[in-house]
Write a protein that binds this ligand. Sequence first.
Ligand code: ASP
Ligand code: MG
Length: 447
Amino acid sequence: MSVVMKFGGTSVADADAINRVIAIVAKEKSPVVVVSALSKVTDTLVKVCRLAEDGDGTGAAQALDGLVDRHVSIASAVTSASRASVLAGVKEEFDELIGLVHALAVLREVSPRSQDAVLSVGELVSSRIVAAALADRGIASAWVDARGVLVTDAEYTAAVPDMTATCDRVRETLAPLQAAGKVAVLGGFIGATASGVTTTLGRGGSDYSAAIFGACLGVGEIQIWTDVDGMLTADPRVVEHPRLVEQLSFNEASELAFFGAKVLHPSTILPAVDKNIPVLILNSRRPENTGTRITATGRPDARGLTALACKRDVTVVDITSTRMLMAHGFLRRLFEVFERFKTPVDVVTTSEVSVSVTVDDTRRLDDIVEGLRHFAEVSSEREMAIICAVGENLRSDPTVFARAVTALDRVPLRLVSQAASRRNITFVLRDADVPEAMTRLHDEFFH
Ligand code: ASP
Ligand code: MG
């Protein structure tokens, strides 16, 4: 089975981490390896851009010197025979970057296009180092400039891939390497327009790169290597001893991601899910673990729930109007107020004369309440929370809902909703009740 393996910044943070990566890669047969920048490097490059914009050329140069030192020492530590050539490559990338940043600092202007050029260096050098380290361990490998493979539009800092053009390039460059038994190593997150101008896919975009290459190659599996064991049945800060979710569906992962249970952002693995390619989340510190497997359909033997998630400290807004009775256009007017103040609503429940919504961002709450008061009575309550119980199985097994409500026992519920997907039940309750409610649900479904 051919695979794409993606290693995040923490998995290539230092020489020890890169050595663990080498050992993991050595076990697969000619995988495609996608790597992020070393941890914190992209953040530092963003800072360099801000310094250049402020005209602080000295500060920017100092930050870059720190990056050069770190990369040179790590590259030296993980290579032997290829050391001289990889150090030359790394220095060349940074020399060019130092010149570019100097010019940007003189101009005091960093356009999105320039920012992409600066940020791309993180992935260019990390991937060169990993490729060289593999070669020195006797693993046939080749560094590939991702900008020659991942073709995007010109929406700098959030470029959109052109799948057709990219898959053509993948067939031309990556497939032959695989066929020759070589490990292809590329930086994630970066690409280029059809005419060759450097772009990035947006922060955290390396997962997206891995999914795109995997989808083009039609691999058997995409492995996302990170520093956690996978997705958990609940937030360990709220529930003691949550379990590992061994398998879940893409839709379940999407529901959970909204609640901050995001080891990865599900939308970034969509190209893989569309092609029915499983995506695994694995821990590069504990490669023997099975991790979490995300597939289009989820657990084949689904019983009970798949996982719980919660969002703390939200505000409930209750909007009541007898004018709503039998009237049309009420919801439109209501949501227009939230729209005017650019505030997203999360949970929505309605009765015949009232609507309740939850909001996370309360910066414009006073304006919203005033806007709504023109046509309804309004009250709001802070220090509330949302608990989300997720499981594909909720669709087929009606007893799950009853078990969840029964498990909550006397915990007062403010709102309950189950949307059309019937993949989750959402409870809105007092924030102070979250630990008890989560523990009760977790005990019922996961112990
Ligand atoms: N290095 C990039 C970032 O930090 C991309 C990634 O790690 O996925 O956002
Ligand atoms: Mg990441």
